[in-house]
Design a protein around this ligand. Sequence first.
Ligand code: NAP
Ligand code: F7E
Length: 329
Amino acid sequence: MTKHRALITGVTGQDGAYLSQLLLEKGYAVHGVVRRSASADVMDSRARWLGIADQIELHDANLTDITSLLRVFDQVQPTEIYNLAAQSFVKSSWQQPYLTGLVTGLGAANVLEALRISCPGARYYQASSSEMYGLVQDPIQNENTKFYPRSPYAAAKLYAHWLTINYRESFNIHGSCGILFNHESPLRGIEFVTRKITDGVARIRLGLAKTLPLGNLEAKRDWGHAKDYVKAMWLMLQQERPDDYVVATGRTTSVREFCHLAFSCVGLKADDFIEIDDRFLRPAEVDFLLGDASKAATQLGWTPETTLEQLVSEMVEADIERIERGARL
Ligand code: NAP
Ligand code: F7E
């Protein structure tokens, strides 16, 4: 058996793909949890995009079924577990609050219990989120900022976050939480605003669309690159002691400004194409996020490597190329 065995829940998502790539480069045996889907191609489309699909061993399990997790944990005996699986789209969490609580919240309880029963020595990463800050209580958010969740998603994440801390204190597990601010990439789901914008810019540039419908343009986010952020996840599990860390760039940008950057990549003006569509507004909004990652810098030696301008142009170029090739992602 390989010495370093990682098990990733949510391996088919954006972060799961980049984390798999990083761990493979480091010589890990990478195992991933996938839930059964009727459409086979969704299972590993991101890993295929990165050219690593045949190097990941996939296991059929679901976060809501602890027996399935126990079977996989027993078989793989992972040394590191990254719990990335979630119903992660904030807007959907108002349409599906129960499911969001079940997967994003109680799913973490199932993973922690399976770890405690089957492989108590494994190190555990919990994908916590800046959404937990919600209605922000400090102008710059760090590990000491009070939480104020503003969606069923954020409430579920807060449960999983505190449960991880509780298992650390109750059972001495090596469990760390990464409070990651928004991170994006060409592998970002199409419903999230950054990818929706870069896909929209690509379609308009190629003459396939005339407008880009959006919701709240004034919301501000601290956006980084997913490829940088998965390095912080790994670093957390290499520390002697488990702990919680904010991972962010320290720069905040509005959705409107993001649009300006993306349209300027193809020589167009955002204001000529954006339409406000109330369907994309939320019952409660997170207006402003700005993270202070100085603890991660000092203790993990982690700093972001990609600027927002580089991120936006990489995403726009990838979407143009993808559409021209007729590829799906
Ligand atoms: P993502 O692309 O939406 O991926 C979510 C993953 O969870 C997918 O692999 C999905 O599988 C899986 N999943 C959903 N329900 C499941 C279930 N019942 N059982 C097993 N797997 C299930 O999310 P991401 O952007 O990579 O984010 C990774 C994690 O970090 C998530 O927990 C997210 O909430 C959290 N987070 C993300 C950000 C960000 O900005 N990206 C910031 C902070 C925290 P399918 O492919 O089958 O749908
Ligand atoms: O929205 C506004 C929207 O859906 C960002 C998840 O990864 O990051 C993500 O959550 C902002 C919001 O991401 C549209 O109202 C305007 O203010 O891209 P988003 P999110 O809600 O910040 C956190 C850290 C996570 O943990 C989550 O898992 O953009 N916005 N117009 C729009 N948003 C969308 N999706 N679509 C629009 O048309």
